[in-house]
Ligand binder design. Sequence first.
Ligand SMILES: *Cc1c(COP(=O)(O)O)cnc(C)c1O
Length: 332
Amino acid sequence: MRKRLHFVHGPTPIERFAPHGDFALQEIDLWIKRDDMTGGACAGNKIRKLELLFGHAQERDANHVITCGGLQSNHARATAILAARLGMRSTMLLRADDTKQDLPALGNVLLDRLVGAEIRLITPAEYAERDAYMASVASEITGLGGKPYVIPEGGSNGLGALGYVHAMREVKQQLDAGLGGGKPFDVVVHACGSGGTSAGIALGAHRFEVAERVRSVIVCDDANHFRKVVDRIVRQAMAHGDLEGGPAPIDFDENARGPRYGVMSDNQRTFLVRVARASGLVLDPVYTGKAFFGLDAAVTRGEIAKGARVLFVHTGGLPGMLAAGEAFAGDL
Ligand SMILES: *Cc1c(COP(=O)(O)O)cnc(C)c1O
């Protein structure tokens, strides 16, 4: 397999979800893979992908990474921090309704700025053409004598997805050591935003016999969109070898998207607060809070059987939570 740098403080813990209070989730055998603990300020799911993507950037002798995301992108923040650590420059194209606004000094953007990333705000219409925009920034940097490396949205290509194939190998080793209940899961559940985590988990879960199925709870677009996107990433990842068995089947759950990307429904916010108070598990408002809400709803609807062994991957996002104080003010 490909060159991989070492960023993740692993193996990350697998903990049982045992809340003090009543949750539909108590009807299943629920374990949480704490990938919110993959590192310090750069923690979350993205650094697993970035181990491979920065490895590739180094093979290419790049000295400047370019990537993109929403204004409070966890992926952009992790990329900015790791670039600073490796002595590389970074440019972030971040989507904003108002591109003339003063940059916030909160959450992910605070961290981007702290480590010296260059931030360029682009409109949602421009963001739809993000790959072309990133390519033009790359030529600009080349023109100035730099060596750019473009990382796609979310780090979600075949190479990045291999980070989650490795994560599933890590889970397998933990199960073999008797952790997490010591035997395979029925399903791995996680939040899905750009598809790379889904593709890697599905390939790794099958390859290492971690689970029968994967349930990707989407936070934007729709299930059809992600079927296509994840299928493409899976095929790219398989080209890197040793994954002939293909992916475990994936169910895309589109019932927990809430009002729109980055905005929770009242029920979702209340649930996130209730989980935090009953268990100390802190979720984020954009991804994991919706995915965990979606899991609870799927258990209530009977889509996941009572007693099923479930692994929920906590993919991080704490800085986004810390930027969402206004939305949560009424729930505190
Ligand atoms: C990016 C992100 C996800 C989604 O992962 P994708 O690979 O982009 O689908 C889930 N949770 C958090 C906290 C994230 O930052």
